[in-house]
Write a protein of this length. Sequence first.
Lengths: 498, 285
Amino acid sequence: MANEVSTGSTRFLDYAPAPESTSILHLQKSYGLFIDGAFVKGHGKSFQTISPSTEQTIAEIANANAKDVDTAVAAARRAYDRTWSRLSGADRGKYLFRIARLVQERARELAVAESLDNGKPIKESRDVDVPLVAAWFFYYAGWADKLDYAGLGPNPRALGVAAQVIPWNFPLLMLAWKVAPALAAGNTVVIKPAETTPLSALIFAEILQQAELPDGVVNIITGAGDTGEALVNHPDVNKVAFTGSTAVGRAIAKSVAGTGKKVTLELGGKAANIVFDDAPIDQAVEGIVNGIFFNQGHVCCAGSRLLVQESIHDDVVDRLKTRLSTLRLGDPLDKNTDIGAINSREQLERIRELSDIGEKEGADRWTAPCVIPDKGFWFAPTIFDNVSTSSTIAREEVFGPVLSVLTFRTPAEAIAKANNTPYGLSAGIWSDKGSKILAVADQLRAGVIWANTFNRFDPASPFGGYKESGYGREGGRHGLAAYLESAGWSQPAIGAKK
Amino acid sequence: MTRLAVPKTYKLYIGGKFPRSESGRTYEVLSKKGVFLANASLASRKDARDAVVAARAAVAGWSGATGYNRGQVLYRIAELLEGRRDQFVEELVSSEGITKAAATKQVDTAIDAWVWYAGWADKYVQVAGNGNPVSGPYFNLSTPEATGVVAIIAPQGGDSLLGLVAVIAPAILTGNTVVVVASEASPLAAISLSEVLATSDVPGGVVNILTGSPKEIAPWLAGHADVNAIDLAGAENLDWVDLQVIAADTLKRVLAPVAGAPAPSLERIVALTETKTVWHTKSLI
């Protein structure tokens, strides 16, 4: 029945399908590597990128082998030496402003491509990912001629060629996080998008052509893990920026040891979202949903551990279940979709496996009632209640729409449980008491803390983790400094006068 | 009639106490001219682990103290070092074989470094942090804070006092606690410095000093899961790339080796901090 919360498999409200048209896309059948300003053939075995919601092929994608990586790094080095390092900061900034504007102009096209290739709901790619991409370029554009104020002393220097490897959860946004500060600081770039989500980066390459960015300043090479490995280990790169799993981050930290390459690593997380009994419960429930079910939970800073004060546990979990029963899972291109497709079969299998382990280890599993489409990769929003701190699903990153619920009695216990993880990327605190929020925030070992909100991102705000969530910050002045080196401060006068 | 001197027993400094190495091992410390000076403790893997436990236990109190408080404690170190200037000059002359003038300059520079760093304790947050103008109704502030437990390989060349101060001061002023492996060849100034630390209101466990072989101890510290960062300042002649590889297992922050005593710098302070960004909603009124 329409207009009523139903207990069965029918939806809370029945809406007619409202898919965003794909006619705005002008896709090629196949894409080459974008090196030195032009699309060229790759020398590895090409692969297909598919839509995870239909499993249909979108395009044929070139695969960069070690030789192609060489060519791309050489192009970036040439562009650095001959063009980019000789431009004024003001002119670098103007190119970045151009890119920001072009992203805004082609925003809908980019959003459709992103949802098609990644599986995320169009309302997220349209209202979050792509607007933030434009904002990121706009923000860093203005830094390009103000590097003296970046906090590194006068005349900070660019590093040279930056090797950047990005994940599949926010394909174009992660590209913007990497490329914008690198170029503003005066570096040139070779970037590798994730194997399952190369499409928006390749459309971005067309935008760079429209912006008339000098050849070789940004090179986009597609491929899998071995391409990324060849890129970060290339002897002629000066900076490595990686966002992805902690396991790969660890391998990168080892492989660059002793090379002097400057490194930024944004790795995994297992964020605690702490809800106190004096929290604004309605907002908290929305925040919990946003925290873990935004982008199907494919978010490194996702609030995957709900720490709820014991006295309100039953109420919060009941409300969560009611709210989750209203979420619409389905076609990512449909404007009413809340939960899109899982990005790949491989990821779906990992989520299933970890969920099964959660069940075996004794947690109570609850799955939102929703119809799973026949084709594609899907996982219904899932809650595990009565999860113990030692349980696998409380310790390992699931990277899917799976929430683990734990309880606490005192703020001290909440803090201890929140910090009981090798990760330290983000955390959430829900309470109407400001002094409590600030005291708890002081004690949490995490790089980003959201109080009475969750999953907020902004180009002006530094993002990055403590402990095994990696090092370095992206966003804000800190994110700019990650692509610069100090030319030295004046030395303090210390010691005996001679 | 000459008076028979009372020589000092040089031990380790762990958790505010002066234990011998649990291994019972010592090694001979000689002057530049080869004259026997002391039997220093040869710290073991177990001593290093004990030192990490002591350092971890001290993090909450020390990082929770106010910057003003930590600044005063660091300044107090300078005061007490000043009072024991002659002792340190004499010790450096005999252990490093340098002139009295050079030793005096080293001690003075070390005292002044404490003073310089003391002043940063309640300021570095303002300089390295900032408010962020995000596009929305949010209060948003980024502030640096201590990373936790820092393992340090102190400079191994000359300047055995200054080198030590140049790596300890920037680490602890933010609230980190440290486990330091002193200069292997000239460890005496390190133990004398720990006597200064023990009497200048530095809480036990904030600075832990091990004497012995950096080559033997460093890999255990680099691999220790409860150490957050490792400063390889004095690891130039060790297999430091290997130490960096070991440190990568727990994604430690790593500071590369430097030649001699590192110059005082804000960068050295900030390198051992973490930036925390806190968002809070603003209500619509």
